[in-house]
Design a protein around this ligand. Sequence first.
Ligand SMILES: Nc1nc2c(c(=O)[nH]1)N[C@H]1C(S)=C(S)[C@@H](COP(=O)(O)OP(=O)(O)OC[C@H]3O[C@@H](n4cnc5c(=O)[nH]c(N)nc54)[C@H](O)[C@@H]3O)O[C@H]1N2
Ligand SMILES: Nc1nc2c(c(=O)[nH]1)N[C@H]1C(S)=C(S)[C@@H](COP(=O)(O)OP(=O)(O)OC[C@H]3O[C@@H](n4cnc5c(=O)[nH]c(N)nc54)[C@H](O)[C@@H]3O)O[C@H]1N2
Ligand code: SF4
Ligand SMILES: [Mo]
Length: 706
Amino acid sequence: MRNTISISPSVSFVQGEGQLTRVLGACPHDCPDTCSLLTTVENGVATRVQGNPDHPQTGGVLCNKVSRYTERTYHPERLLQPLKRVGPKGSGRFEPVSWDAALTDISARLKAIAARNPEAIVPYSYAGTMGQVQSESMAGRFFNRLGASFLDRTICSTAGGEGLRQTLGGKVGMRVEFFAESKLIIIWGSNSIGSNLHFWRYASQAKRGGARLVCIDPRKSETAEKCHEHIALLPGTDAALALALMHELITHDWLDHDYIAQHTVGWQSLRERALQWNPERAAAICGVPVEQIKNLARDYGQCLVNKQAAAIRMNYGMQRVRGGGNAARAIACLPALTGAWRHRAGGVLLSSSGLFPVDQAALQRPDLLAGRQPRTINMVTIGNDLLAETSPAFGPKIEALIVYNSNPVAVAPESGKVVQGFAREDLFTVVLEHFQTDTADYADYILPATTQLEHWDVHSAYGHTDALLNRPAIAPLGQAKSNAQIFRELAAHMGFTEPCFSDSDETLGRAVFGDKVDFNELLDKGFTTLNLPDAPYAEGNFPTPSGKCEFFSERLAAQGLDGLPDHLPNYETLGTSAEFPLAMISPPARNFLNSSFVNVKSLRDIEGEPVLEIHAQDAAARGITNGETVRVFNQRGDYLVKAEVSARARPGVVNGMGIWWRKLGLDGTNVNQLTSQHLTDLGRGPVFYDCLVEVAPAAQPTEQNA
Ligand SMILES: Nc1nc2c(c(=O)[nH]1)N[C@H]1C(S)=C(S)[C@@H](COP(=O)(O)OP(=O)(O)OC[C@H]3O[C@@H](n4cnc5c(=O)[nH]c(N)nc54)[C@H](O)[C@@H]3O)O[C@H]1N2
Ligand SMILES: Nc1nc2c(c(=O)[nH]1)N[C@H]1C(S)=C(S)[C@@H](COP(=O)(O)OP(=O)(O)OC[C@H]3O[C@@H](n4cnc5c(=O)[nH]c(N)nc54)[C@H](O)[C@@H]3O)O[C@H]1N2
Ligand code: SF4
Ligand SMILES: [Mo]
């Protein structure tokens, strides 16, 4: 056997008789870790996907899900040719058609609608792939040229993102690798082991070095179990907790007065606000012992006294409630109070995406709008919006929807309404997908898309500060085409002749960072680290208008909003409804990624069935036993799950683990049948974890099905 394995971009070597290649790529999934991948290809077939050992953030380790990437890629149900609907909407019955027939018909339908009003056409996409090329580059150009409605891409992170922007100036923060040197790590609203594994490696390293780990989460997650302390607060009470921590920092004078004076705005007014939040008041709202709050404040304050680094890893789990934006604001103020930013292992990290110099204008070409300013549809309220008629406030009724990189029928809130909207016979729906998802079932055309193993891409990240390149490892399967190629060909069928519609995927890849990132290094190594200071905010220099950490935001005040962070109770606060006396959160299941991978059998087998975790006390009060099927319901709908009587749930809160495909659930629905279309205080985001329900044994009739 001759083999010379070295990790350059795509090295061929000979093993026995066969041709073997290893290709460098990037994990495309909506995950903070954006791992560097190494794919083994034997005779044109990808046989193994591994973590790149040369990429420090990946460390040669992948999560369980993406280790099975070949199982997903070569799944027997992969879509390999364009399909046209033959049955009624939603029946899931399709017949194969040629690419040309599909694109000719789709472009004719879109042209007819656009001739009346292009805003009746709506793109619907999120982060099925995070690649800059296969997400909004050619697609953005297409919709800008068409003059289609804009989509407000709010389904995940905009509440926290806006909270951060108003406080720190953007999605910026600590460099993740330095968490390994912290002495106190607060994991706030995140199950890192499940959803941010490579951060957990750094946290574990710190733990071995003597750091104290505290997890703030209503659910006793895998991560909470492994921390020294778990604060199981009620959903949506994080701002109250953060304000009480400030109260303690102030009353004990655990403050870096110099940092506050030099690098913050609004200290006096924040001080007054925080002094209204003694730990007793917060403890009553958060539903946690007052001592836990006092101890956490002391631990955080002692880091200042002992000149040790205190770091906060927030994640998006804490901002999916009405007050999510304010909560992120309150938490983001903490490191400025104690000057934690002075240390490279201190500060806060929610997302690092704002540190990447992505040239969105070069990718999406807003100049193609030619002065038009289409209306904006919020992806969170797609349920209501698909059912809305033409009106001056709303604009034209939605006549066509083009879905890519997303599975809204499964992931958008209040799915009863979403399904009703997608089922409209007069709605023209095109879905670009790998699989016949719940959403694809409602399509008029399904177009087969390539996976990350089959196309080019360039990636930024939101949990570290490395840019990555993805090379195709194998040829497209069947007749699949990359998203960019599909929009390129659709543009040609529409008669869009601007030269930018001929840019290749590789040209688009080069445009992502322009000359701000060394593309040759990306081609060569597969990744490159942004050139950033170790402790970017040690001397202020926040990207806010004032250059300081803005405790008080003039920009919010100018909009008539509270300039200071505050606690805003949930829309559906525990204890306010006799009918629906339990709060439900629906965090991700570890072996799925949102609704991706639910159809990968080996992963679904690990998860078993859709599960509702319920505390023994709440189960006993309802005569529910472990493992039995229960009905979870509220005014919006109901769904069936298996009850797991579990210490992972705290009293009063049930955990409906997400996000199952409806058609693979117990009764053709999933947890989003119950969630609402309300929006967050900042950022117009969803409130998945702000939801009251009741639970009953399935055998026992409820009001809805009696
Ligand atoms: N395995 C896996 N990894 C994922 C995902 C996945 O679906 N599966 N999803 C990816 C995506 S899209 C994202 S956005 C990221 C980040 O995803 P996150 O939403 O941060 O996901 P989790 O880490 O599960 O964190 C959510 C945690 O917040 C807790 N939580 C719920 N409500 C509250 C609250 O009001 N306050 C507080 N403090 N905690 C609360 C939940 O119990 C849960 O443990 O993860 C990504 N990684
Ligand atoms: N109840 C509840 N609901 C939630 C959440 C929750 O915690 N609880 N989490 C929310 C969050 S954080 C998010 S981010 C959203 C996520 O919602 P989505 O972004 O819709 O994520 P997925 O469900 O993973 O669906 C992505 C789809 O894109 C497809 N895809 C992947 N790559 C490509 C490609 O290259 N081309 C094309 N055409 N398709 C591709 C995949 O096959 C998959 O079906 O869900 C939200 N919904
Ligand atoms: S999903 Fe996250 S942890 Fe898993 S391989 Fe992708 S980037 Fe890495
Ligand atoms: Mo997300």
